[in-house]
Write a protein that binds this ligand. Structure first.
Ligand code: G3H
Length: 482
């Protein structure tokens, strides 16, 4: 979608396959193909977005709030008619199970409605009158400019829209490149974008990052880099921007969230929450629990009950009833997962669940590894996969020291009962991460709460309320008492 036109593409295309297979030799399933755009179309998209922003004087940033809201309402209305198609593609392209695929779609629709409501409130607040030292002010917020949006494969709809929607409603214009996996599912929505927004406001590009995103950044007209994904991609794009020191960034990056299970924890509750936290979408969530610190006094019991329950989880294709574990969408992921398992074994851990690590093509059963150590690759790297390392501890300073020295700082789960122990611990943990989940697994939602991280885990804050602020700047109109 370039400058309001759905381009009829006659150039090179790229085939899209699913790792879900219906053949005995696990041959990937061909799903379709996408245009592979070149630098020329990428720069056309940038021209269109720049013109629509018009250095702040364009149609979109100067449009009345009610009219911008109207465009967004039109979009979400049309988007809702594509639910079935998008949900089906979510299952095929990234292997997300039916329930979670439906949730992803519905959560995105709700996110858009909540964004509209929050934006209306922001507009009402801007009418408030402030007075200090004889200066009257109406404080409001204005857009930042042209935004380049790149989302991740694990939430190709929801997290991409968590960047794009607030950026647009605040009056910015955007160029959006869908994730490598979960790319086809954007196609059913192209017409809704085309019908709802003025030309040039949203431009959607298919193609390789290096061919389309890099030249856009090199040009220097992008004001905001909005990316949820790996810091490697964010750094590479930031580095080529000629004014990278002035580039605004809204980034959701890696995490390796730990759970700390204290000796007095309700074990059944902790086990169930840790199962959700570690296995939901096969561990392919930046909010997933990636290291379990279990107190030595309860480790044997935790390990055996946890292993038994993990082994009982149903593996299958995304649309099968009751399926929790599904094939991983990245073809080369099994080799990487095996490397991490081998590294942990070489360093003294074992797989302790019966089905752990069983692999058929991209179907990999979660491997619980015990006793793990913080310097194993599986604990240091963001594996984004189904390995569950358990580190036994005796002194609470062991997990705290590991967290303090980690490059990441998104969330932690803390399981325990004694409030006298928990209270001071929480006070320390909130200085190491941005969200402490008491007796519950880590997660991003509900989407009205701030979503961010310390250190290499994030730059800026997302969620409905905060994203509107991350994609805008405070402005005000002042007058004097005279
Ligand atoms: O990949 C990171 C996502 O923000 C996780 O979101 O906790 O809602 O699954 P979630």
């Amino acid at each position: 979608l370039l400058n309001g036109e759905l381009v009829k593409w006659t150039g090179a295309t790229s085939d899209i396959y699913s790792t879900i297979s219906s053949t005995e030799d696990y041959k990937p399933t061909h799903l379709g193909s996408i245009p592979v755009l070149t630098q020329k179309e990428a720069l056309m998209a940038l021209d269109a977005a720049s013109e629509a922003f018009g250095k702040g004087k364009g149609l979109w940033p100067t449009m009345k709030v009610a009219d911008r809201i109207n465009c967004m309402e039109n979009f979400v209305k049309q988007m809702k008619t594509k639910r079935e198609e998008v949900v089906k593609l979510l299952m095929w392209e990234i292997g997300k199970n039916l329930i979670d695929s439906e949730k992803e779609f519905d959560r995105t629709v709700e996110y858009i409605y909540n964004t509209i409501e929050d934006y209306k409130q922001m507009d009402r607040d801007s009418a408030k009158f402030h007075k200090h030292d004889g200066v009257h002010a109406h404080i409001r917020r204005g857009p930042l400019g042209v935004v380049l949006c790149l989302g991740p494969y694990n939430y190709p709809l929801n997290e991409t829209f968590a960047l794009l929607i607030p950026a647009l409603i605040m009056g910015n214009t955007a160029i959006f490149k869908p994730a490598k996996y979960g790319v086809l599912l954007i196609s059913p929505l192209l017409e809704a974008f085309q019908n709802s927004f003025p030309k040039g406001v949203v431009n959607i590009l298919y193609g390789r990052g290096r061919t389309v995103a890099t030249p856009i950044m090199k040009d220097g007209r992008v004001d905001v880099l909005a990316l949820i994904g790996h810091s490697r991609s964010a750094n590479a794009l930031q580095d080529v921007h000629p004014k990278s020191n002035r580039l605004r960034m809204v980034l959701g990056l890696e995490a390796n969230n730990p759970a700390i299970i204290l000796p007095d924890a309700d074990l059944e509750l902790a086990i169930n929450e840790c199962i959700t936290g570690t296995t939901s979408f096969n561990g392919q969530r930046c909010t997933a629990l990636k290291v379990l610190y279990v107190h030595k006094d309860i480790a044997d019991e935790f390990n055996s009950r946890f292993s038994e329950k993990i082994d009982a989880l149903k593996f299958g294709n995304p649309w099968d009833a009751g399926v929790k574990l599904t094939p991983l969408p990245e073809p080369d992921k099994p080799a990487y997962i095996k490397e991490l398992i081998d590294d942990a074994i070489e360093n003294g851990a074992q797989i302790i669940n019966k089905k752990g690590g069983q692999t058929t093509y991209n179907y990999i059963f979660p491997a619980i590894m015990y006793p793990a150590k913080n310097d194993m690759r599986v604990c240091e790297e963001e594996q984004f996969g189904p390995i569950i390392p358990i580190i036994p501890f005796t002194d609470i300073n062991e997990p705290l020291d590991d967290m303090a020295s980690s490059n990441y700082g998104q969330q932690v789960s803390l399981f325990g009962k004694d409030t006298k122990t928990l209270a001071p611990l929480i006070d320390t943990l909130v200085n190491l991460v941005c969200r402490v989940n008491l007796n519950s697994s880590c997660q991003r939602g509900p989407d009205v709460y701030p979503f961010t991280g310390r250190k290499d885990s994030a730059v800026a804050t997302l969620s409905v309320h905060d994203a509107l602020r991350s994609f805008s700047i405070r402005t005000f109109v002042a007058s004097k008492d005279n």
